[in-house]
Ligand binder design. Structure first.
Ligand code: ZN
Ligand code: ZN
Length: 329
């Protein structure tokens, strides 16, 4: 079957509805995008209230994603109509496929990414044995500008499609190698086939050393945070979540590293509602798991944000009690 390929950098072009300049939605438009929460379970309803914890999406600066790709956005109701893939009893797991080396002390550890994906999606996550570049079927080249090795994404996607486990909701290859989607392209951060439920993403360009820059003291945490963020952003696309234009949100598009670094780790109420609908997780249990992950890896601001958010959902006393009882989902 033919693969339908979307290099991630051009994916949003398909979502453009208007050539007009992007105007951030009003407060009323943001609420409308969340949709009516009448009749929802109380903790979910509270979790979808913007309250003071979510900022509106800012007006884009020149060169930012929304200045270049003025997307129309996807409300919760539009997401429902899109009838995106949802996990079910058979296709119930997220699979990660490492490609090439993940050298210790230079890169995020695959087990840490697995733990994060498990907390984020509240679904089983499995890591497949790594694929080596010397194995069959993966074309490589040396990039003329960076002199770094790159691997051809379409070869990886073909292998993933052939290896898709029967119980996979999706299969995502992750690599520290740089990628290119076809010979005429300089590079691509990643590429996915949503219909085939496979994708490949590189973390190579999230390491300051890739550009010849000095690695600062906390560079390991920086690379881990960037990698965690791109992993959940791209995996959420697999659930049919399009880029967010309503709030500051991990699903905001990003056109450059500074913009991507300024994206938060959390989903805004519109995007949280989509993912919760798709997976059916308990929002409080998910926030608790994420809180412990953030504390463990030293993402203190993200843990603080979650503690504050749980106070809104449960009230201060119950939130404190909930975070004192460490629990596994
Ligand atoms: Zn995206
Ligand atoms: Zn969002």
């Amino acid at each position: 079957m033919k693969l339908y390929l979307f290099p991630v950098t051009i994916f949003a072009i398909f979502l453009i509805s208007s050539p007009m300049n992007f105007k951030p939605p009003t407060a009323a438009e943001r609420l409308k995008a969340i949709g009516s929460t009448d009749g929802l379970q109380e903790t979910l309803r509270k979790a979808l209230e913007p309250a003071g914890d979510f900022e509106p999406v800012p007006s884009p600066q020149p060169g930012d994603w929304l200045a270049v790709h003025p997307e129309a956005g996807q409300s919760f109701n539009e997401f429902l109509k899109s009838k995106s893939n949802r996990p079910d009893k058979i296709r119930s797991k997220i699979y990660l496929q490492p490609i090439g080396e993940f050298p210790k002390y230079q890169t995020p550890l695959v087990d840490t990414l697995k733990e994060y994906a498990h907390a984020y999606f509240a679904m089983p996550v499995e890591v497949l044995p790594p694929l080596t570049l010397s194995g069959k079927g993966i074309t490589t080249r040396i990039n003329n500008f960076t002199r770094n090795r790159q691997i051809l994404t379409t070869d990886v996607l073909t292998i993933l499609k052939d290896n898709l486990p029967g119980d996979a909701f999706c299969l995502l290859a992750i690599t520290m190698e740089d990628l290119y989607p076809e010979p005429s392209w300089n590079f691509v951060f990643g590429q996915a086939s949503l219909r085939e439920r496979v994708g490949v993403y590189s973390f190579a360009r999230y390491d300051p050393a890739f550009y010849g820059n000095k690695r600062e003291k906390d560079y390991e945490k920086l690379i881990l945070r960037r990698s965690c963020k791109v992993l959940v952003h791209e995996t959420s696309h697999m659930f049919g979540l399009q880029h967010c234009i309503f709030f500051r949100c991990v699903m905001n598009g990003s056109n450059h590293l500074k913009e991507s670094d300024s994206r938060p780790m959390y989903l805004c109420p519109v995007c949280l509602r989509k993912l919760q609908y798709s997976i059916g997780f308990d929002v409080v249990g998910r926030y608790k798991s994420l809180f412990y992950f953030y504390r463990k890896v030293g993402f203190d601001d993200d843990a603080l944000w979650l503690a504050h958010r749980l106070e809104h959902i449960l009230g201060p006393d119950a939130a404190r009690t909930a975070l004192e009882q460490k629990s596994e989902q």
